[in-house]
Design a protein around this ligand. Sequence first.
Ligand SMILES: Nc1ncnc2c1ncn2[C@@H]1O[C@H](COP(=O)(O)OP(=O)(O)OP(=O)(O)O)[C@@H](O)[C@H]1O
Length: 284
Amino acid sequence: MISINIQKQLHMAQGMGMLNINVQISSKSFTAVYGPSGAGKTSLLRMIAGLMQPQQGSIEVDGVTWFNSVTKINHTPQNRDIGFVFQDNALFPNMTVEENLLYALPKYADKSRIYRLLDMVGLQSLVRQRPEFLSGGQKQRVALARALVRQPKVLLLDEPLSAVDDLTRVSLQNNLQQLHHELGLTTIMVSHNVPEIFKLADNVIHLDNGLVKQNETPARVFNILNAQHGLTLLGEVVQVNNSEIFILADGNIIKVKQALQTAHLSIGSKVSIHAADLSLKKLS
Ligand SMILES: Nc1ncnc2c1ncn2[C@@H]1O[C@H](COP(=O)(O)OP(=O)(O)OP(=O)(O)O)[C@@H](O)[C@H]1O
């Protein structure tokens, strides 16, 4: 269990504002952090990672205190059991894929871990390439594998898939899902992509203006947002079966529930769907 109770003053769009977060995250769960620009999503991840210090409060992971403003405990990022992947991965340009991972490996650790991770993200054949010869999706796969070299408990992802094309995004989502389960990770991912959140997350922390608006399942969070704001997605029909319709929206293939289906939809039809009523199908 991760228990977070932190306060920090931030320079919000409207002037100084208070980030005030009090949430608990179950071990081995996949949590999405969702909310408008400037809500405090990246700041929350940075404070969990030890890259930004809260003014007050505490962060505990499985009973171990990583930060406590009263007892003045503040573990360095290296001493927190985390892996971190940003939108804009920071691979060492002068090192090969293999060397980028070896750099993260603790001194006496077994090297085979690196090749197992590269296998899991499908990069075995590129171990000797330098980042300049890799696509955006391949670079993110290296960043993901590198974040897992130290076998962290907690994986922090700050919009890691937002800069890749739709098909790469689906395949990276599948990699992430597999790694999350196989390695028993507690994963916390900032995402704006509603179908992606439905596909990957057990839980959504909905942040707005530094405060937790909701901490619920995707269905509940988007049901409420939908009711309040009519949140919809625009998509295109890509497959029609007798009883099912599949739609491409926001880089994901979405299976629309029967109740929502309208007659006369054919491949290529443009549709809008309510975000709360989705179920998803993997593309590959
Ligand atoms: N070290 C800091 N000290 C004070 N304020 C900060 C600091 N870092 C960021 N902020 C401010 O905190 C607010 C929240 O920023 P943050 O990056 O956490 O938002 P976000 O929800 O991740 O936004 P986006 O979706 O645009 O990335 C912003 O207004 C930002 O200017």
